[in-house]
Ligand binder design. Structure first.
Ligand SMILES: Nc1nc2c(c(=O)[nH]1)N[C@H]1C(S)=C(S)[C@@H](COP(=O)(O)O)O[C@H]1N2
Ligand SMILES: [Mo]
Length: 488
């Protein structure tokens, strides 16, 4: 009897795994088809509940919380690979028709036979109407993947991996890691003091540094030529616009600050970009809002939905934006168009927007059904950006950060070196608007050492930031940011 070849030592096995993973990735990233692992994690999330996930993610140190989703995605691909490996162990010795049949069965059972009906029944915490899982393409894709996998897998005699081969793949991995590390930041050129304070956020956040949040493990990628935007519900004339139509309308351009309701005190889920788009009230005027309408329901291509009151829609600053910092929106920031409603937390700034409905009653959106605030008015926040003070050249040192108060504007920022017993006024960078954050700095003559600094802001209505520590869920975090700052 022949010795059983170990598939783990067959180059074809790894080729098959790589091909399957690549194909699954293409399906997910290009076609927006959810892979079974995404459903699995959506289901785990549903079981755990939002507060749990939230606490777990925010317990991660060193800013890793921002990458939690990618870790999940990586884990889900490992699961795909693991199932594939088990199958491979079994299949290596079988004739190819059997191999193919088994692979097809596995793939169809995984996607079509088990997961699709469960997803459709809302089993993954995804109501059927808020999750698009097109069965046709998904089944075809699963079958294609399985066939590829089964065909690539079999036949070849085991060939022991050589050291040279192993070294090659290590080198490949290192190259991949280097590429993933991304472009090196250019050192900030020395300029005026605002620009020289090390660690201080720039006034305008470059798009690649702007935080991203969405409910999706993998975000939708929409085609500009197929995108349609509709206004319906309680209007006189329902409206449908293409991207071209939208771009042909008079546009406004202005910086505006976006903050996620899940941003913890001192957190980085806040950014300030220049957005260009069409005033929502101009669009609503064209459609003719009926007097019974009180609320807007916004729907997006990822089957996300949210709502806000009609008066917020009529703010002069509320726009349907298609440019961020002068460039078309990136896919992750909502290409081709997203809503910006200043003063209301990020979740109501719907990305990949496809439809707005005027309604006469309150509507609970995706996050409201999961326990988050419905009013979602931005609370006053302030943050210390600098971990090390910057010498100013005249014997003093400078620290700084940002402060934001939704649509109320920032009137003052104060810092304390004695845990809030006494407060000193910080300087505000001139030129910020009511709907953007304000950069602040504080200069003093300091001996080398470590200082515990606390910051607080006063909003445009004269109200001091809320000092009570509260977690982000359900209404947004409160409490003062306190941070150790070194003077060297
Ligand atoms: N369609 C859609 N829009 C969405 C979301 C989403 O998951 N789907 N997430 C919201 C949340 S919670 C936030 S904080 C903002 C983040 O926008 P950004 O990624 O451009 O910073 O988008 C909002 N818009
Ligand atoms: Mo958010």
């Amino acid at each position: 009897m022949k010795a059983t070849p170990n598939p783990l030592r067959m180059p074809r096995f790894y080729l098959a795994l790589a091909a399957a993973t690549l194909a699954a990735g293409i399906l997910q990233f290009r076609l927006g088809l959810a892979a079974p692992p995404e459903l699995l994690f959506a289901w785990l999330g549903h079981l755990l509940g939002v507060p749990w996930i939230f606490n777990l993610v925010h317990a991660l140190p060193w800013g890793l919380d921002a990458y939690a989703k990618y870790a999940l995605l990586a884990a889900s691909y490992l699961i795909v690979a693991g199932v594939g490996a088990l199958f491979a162990l079994w299949a290596a010795q079988r004739p190819w028709p059997l191999r193919l049949a088994a692979a097809l069965g596995l793939a169809l059972a995984g996607t079509g036979g088990v997961l699709l009906p469960l997803a459709g029944a809302g089993f993954f915490g995804l109501a059927p109407d808020n999750y698009a899982y097109p069965p046709g393409p998904a089944l075809l894709a699963a079958a294609g993947l399985a066939a590829l996998f089964a065909l690539l897998l079999g036949g070849a005699a085991p060939r022991p991996a050589t050291d040279a081969g192993r070294r090659r793949s290590l080198k490949g991995l290192a190259l991949l890691a280097a590429a993933a590390a991304g472009p090196l930041r250019l050192a900030r050129a020395a300029g005026d003091l605002w620009g020289r304070i090390r660690g201080l956020s720039p006034e305008i956040t470059p798009t690649e540094d702007h935080y991203q949040v969405s409910k999706n493990v993998v975000n939708p990628r929409l085609r500009a030529d197929r995108w349609r935007f509709e206004i319906g519900g309680l209007v006189e004339t329902p409206l449908t616009l293409t991207l071209e139509d939208l771009k042909a309308l008079p546009a406004v351009e202005r910086p505006s600050t976006l903050i996620c309701i899940s941003n913890p005190v001192g957190g980085r889920l806040v950014g300030n970009s220049v957005w260009t788009g069409v005033r929502l009230r101009d669009l609503l005027e064209r459609a003719g809002v009926r007097p019974e309408a009180t609320e807007l329901v916004l729907r997006a291509a990822d089957n996300y939905s949210d709502s806000f009151p009609l008066d917020a829609a009529l703010y002069e600053e509320t726009i349907l934006a298609y440019l961020q910092n002068g460039e078309p929106l990136t896919p992750d920031h909502g290409f081709p168009a997203r809503l910006l409603v200043p003063g209301i937390y990020g979740m109501k700034n719907v990305k990949w927007l496809t439809r707005i409905e005027l309604a006469g009653e309150d509507y609970r959106g995706y996050w409201q059904k999961r326990g988050w605030s419905d009013r979602a008015v931005v609370r006053t926040m302030s943050r210390i950006d600098t971990g090390v003070a910057t010498p100013t050249g005249d014997g003093r040192v400078a620290i700084g950060g940002v402060a934001f108060a939704g649509r109320r504007g920032v009137r003052a920022v104060e810092v304390s070196f004695d845990d809030g017993r006494s407060w000193q006024a910080a300087e505000l960078k001139p030129g910020s608007s009511r709907i953007t954050w304000t950069l602040w700095r504080y200069l003093w003559k300091a001996e080398p050492g470590t200082y515990a600094v606390t910051v607080r802001a006063v909003d445009g209505e004269g109200r001091t930031q809320d000092p009570t520590p509260r977690p982000p869920l359900p209404d947004g975090a409160t409490g003062y940011h306190r941070r150790k700052v070194r003077v060297v």
